[in-house]
Every structure is written in structure tokens, then in C-alpha cells.
Write a protein that binds this ligand. Structure first.
Ligand SMILES: NC(=O)c1ccc[n+]([C@@H]2O[C@H](COP(=O)([O-])OP(=O)(O)OC[C@H]3O[C@@H](n4cnc5c(N)ncnc54)[C@H](OP(=O)(O)O)[C@@H]3O)[C@@H](O)[C@H]2O)c1
Ligand SMILES: *[C@@H]1O[C@H](CO)[C@@H](O)[C@H](O)[C@H]1NC(C)=O
Ligand SMILES: *[C@@H]1O[C@H](CO)[C@@H](O)[C@H](O)[C@H]1NC(C)=O
Length: 351
């Protein structure tokens, strides 16, 4: 029985190695196949640091991708799943991309790959979710004035300023929207990122949210403007609230447009253009309108709360998004020769 099983397995392996061949139910072991001789590759995997030989794969198909090799390596070393592995042809070269095909690489029929471990990995979706859930929960803790945040006499009290409640609605809505978008809208094409990134990213978002929430929901919070012009405040803050939601809808429209641009599973890049949705018409003027709208909502939030920490984070976000937008804009220009010349990165005609 065992011998039969092994034979069956062998047969399966050779079948798998030759996708062009029609599956025959019982291939004879020594079938002459001169018509299509495949030159198999011999692949050796070496540890980048210790130079120790980790694995020798003989008979690797020439059409195997780097990802296939990673999968084979994973079979022998279960703790290193493919996303954790980095493979390169030379210790000093860049990591090979998963899509690269063995026979197009600059190697002979025997290839050595240098392996290094990238450490535990998380998917982008997980990181996005962790980034968003923290601020949502933290902000609400300050809003409801849970004990040990402000002085005990204020526990579970609520602000008498309308704008504090509006700000809480905006903040919560923003993060709920981001969570739902991560779950249902984004087609994330990046693989994974190292576990330690989550501490960096979340650290920033969570601290920022807590710092702003502390000031906005503080029992002694007042703003110069709302203090003086009692009459207009309701109208004014409602107007800002409206502008903010306008930006949120715009931002969402852009995310939907980007999603539709990308077919599921495909890596083909295309130029985003305005669609029937008027919120996307800003694509005529900027490359990254999602960041333009985000800047708009940050400015709205600053004007609404008139709070120094919020203004500070608006500035930080603006600088960060400008860096990303300029990078994206440059790569669009490089990738597409017919890229619309009217577009700037993030601010129409300015930046
Ligand atoms: N280091 C950087 O340069 C950099 C830049 C931006 C964001 N980030 C990180 O990402 C986080 C949030 O950034 P983000 O919200 O702007 O998300 P993002 O990670 O930049 O992108 C989210 C999704 O939209 C897709 N997408 C964007 N433009 C596309 C296009 N033209 N065609 C097809 N798909 C497109 C992206 O796929 P594609 O990746 O295939 O475009 C991705 O799936 C931050 O926490 C930051 O850490 C880093
Ligand atoms: C925002 O737009 C930029 C440029 O099109 C893109 O790279 C980025 O992935 C977008 N962000 C999201 C969350 O879709
Ligand atoms: C807008 O999009 C960016 C990235 O595309 C996202 O990170 C941000 O949270 C969104 N902002 C708003 C106001 O929805």
C-alpha cells in the first residue's frame, strides 16, 4: 500500500510539473517525452547571515515564480510562511518580487537564493483596522468622561456646548467610515507588513486621538469664538459640520472610484478619471483627491473645535499627505505618458 501511495504521489508530482500535458489517469513511470523536453532548474536556498545551506530543490519548473519557490521552501520550514521570506540572488541585491519567474532571472540552470526572515507579518487590512478602532474607542472614553480622566466630579457628565457633541459625531463617523471602507471597499494590493509597524502606526493614531479628545471634551473647554457670539454659534458650527460631511462623502467617492479602477486580483494600474459622481470631478485637477478631501475635513475639524492640538495634527497630516501625494503623482507621471498635465498632486494649481 505504502509503495503504491508513493508511486501515486510521484505520478502526481510529475503531472503537476507539466501543466501542458493532458492528465492521463495512470502515466507509466518511464514514458519517453522527447517532444517537449523541459529543462528543470536546480534551486538552492542559503541563509543570508550564516551562509548555511537550508534546502536544495532539484527539478524546479522553469516557469515557477518566486512565490512558488517560497511555497516549496515553506513546506520544509513551516515556521517561515511565504510572506515572511525575503529571497535575493545576491546578498547585497534587492529582494525578489513574488511575481518574478525563474527562467527570466539572471541565473543558470542552478540558482542560489539568499534567504532572510522578515519577522512576523500582518495583512494591511488588519493594520488599517487596528489603526481605526483605537481612536474610535479612545475618543468616546473622553467624550463620556470615564473616571480617572478628568476630576471625579465630572465623571459621566456631558458638555453643555453643542459643538462638543457635533465634534464627537464627526470623529466617530469618520472612523466608522474608515473601518467599513477597509472591510468592504478597499482592494488592498500590498501583501503584508511587519508586525512592528503596527506599533508605530497605531502609536501615532491612538496618541493623536487621545490628545485631541482630552482637550475637546475637557469640562473647562471653551473657545474664544463660541464664548463671544452666542447667537451665531449653532448656525456656524452646523455649517462647518456640513462642510466636513461634504469632505467625507467626497473622500468616500474617491475610494469607490479607485476600487472600481482595479479589477479583483489584477495588478494592472490605470489612470483614475472623473466618473459620473460629481465628487470625483476633482480628479481633473489633482492626482490624490482622497487626500485633498481629508485635508478639507481636518481643516473643518480645526475650525469647528478651535483647539490647538487639532490644528497641530492638521499640519502634521497635511505635510505627511503632501509627501505621499507627491510620490504618487510622480509615479503616475513616470508610468503613463499621456497623464493629464493639468493635474497637481494635492492642492489644485498650487502643490
Ligand atoms: N510610505 C508611503 O509612501 C505610504 C504612502 C501611502 C500610504 N502609506 C501608509 O498607508 C496608510 C494609509 O494610507 P492610505 O489610506 O492612503 O492607503 P494606501 O495604503 O495608500 O492605499 C489603499 C488602497 O487603495 C489602492 N489604490 C490607490 N490608488 C490606486 C490606483 N490608482 N489604482 C488602483 N488602486 C489604487 C491601493 O492599492 P495600490 O497600492 O496598488 O495603489 C490600496 O489597495 C498609512 O497608515 C501609511 O502608513 C504609506
Ligand atoms: C488615496 O489616493 C492615493 C492616490 O491615488 C492612493 O495611492 C491611495 O492608496 C489612496 N488611499 C486609499 C485609502 O484608497
Ligand atoms: C480620506 O482618505 C484617506 C486615504 O485615502 C484616509 O486615510 C482618510 O481617513 C480619509 N479621510 C476622511 C476625512 O474620510
Amino acid at each position: 500500500r505504502a509503495v503504491m501511495d508513493i508511486l501515486a504521489l510521484k505520478a502526481k508530482e510529475t503531472n503537476g510539473a507539466e501543466p501542458e500535458k493532458k492528465p492521463t489517469p495512470r502515466p507509466k513511470p518511464k514514458q519517453p517525452k522527447k517532444a517537449k523536453r523541459i529543462v528543470y532548474f536546480e534551486v538552492e536556498i542559503v541563509d543570508l547571515k550564516t551562509k548555511e545551506k537550508l534546502l536544495l530543490l532539484d527539478k524546479v519548473e522553469p516557469t515557477a515564480t518566486v512565490l512558488d519557490i517560497k511555497a516549496l521552501f515553506h513546506k520544509s520550514y513551516p515556521r517561515w510562511y511565504p510572506a515572511r521570506q525575503s529571497l535575493r540572488l545576491d546578498p547585497k541585491a534587492k529582494c525578489l518580487r513574488d511575481e518574478e519567474v525563474l527562467q527570466t532571472l539572471p541565473v543558470g540552470t542552478t540558482a542560489s537564493f539568499y534567504f532572510s526572515d522578515l519577522g512576523p507579518q500582518l495583512t494591511w487590512g488588519t493594520v488599517f483596522l487596528a489603526e481605526c478602532v483605537g481612536p474610535l474607542v479612545l475618543y468616546l472614553m473622553f467624550y463620556f468622561r470615564l473616571p480617572f480622566i478628568y476630576s471625579p466630579k465630572y465623571d459621566f457628565t456631558s458638555s453643555k456646548h453643542w459643538v462638543v457633541h457635533l465634534a464627537c459625531i464627526c470623529h466617530s463617523f469618520h472612523y466608522v467610515k474608515r473601518i467599513l471602507e477597509t472591510l468592504f471597499v478597499h482592494r488592498i494590493s500590498h501583501g503584508t507588513m511587519p508586525l512592528r509597524n503596527i506599533f508605530k502606526n497605531c502609536g501615532y493614531y491612538w496618541c493623536a486621538a487621545a490628545w485631541m479628545a482630552y482637550y475637546i471634551n475637557h469640562p473647562l473647554y471653551t473657545t474664544p469664538f463660541y464664548g463671544q457670539q452666542q447667537v451665531n454659534t449653532g448656525l456656524y458650527s452646523n455649517f462647518v459640520f456640513f462642510l466636513l460631511q461634504f469632505c467625507q462623502v467626497g473622500n468616500f467617492s474617491i475610494h469607490v472610484a479607485l476600487r472600481n479602477l482595479k479589477l479583483p486580483g489584477s495588478k494592472v494600474k490605470r489612470i483614475p478619471y472623473p466618473t459620473k459622481n460629481p465628487f470625483t470631478w476633482i480628479f481633473w485637477l489633482v492626482s490624490c483627491p482622497n487626500y485633498t478631501y481629508e485635508l478639507g475635513s481636518w481643516i473643518g475639524f480645526t475650525v469647528m473645535t478651535q483647539c490647538v492640538p487639532v490644528a497641530f495634527f492638521t499640519l502634521v497630516a497635511f505635510i505627511q499627505m503632501t509627501v505621499w501625494a507627491k510620490g504618487k503623482h510622480r509615479s503616475y507621471l513616470k508610468e503613463f505618458r499621456d497623464y493629464p498635465t493639468l493635474r497637481s498632486s494635492i492642492l489644485p494649481f498650487i502643490l
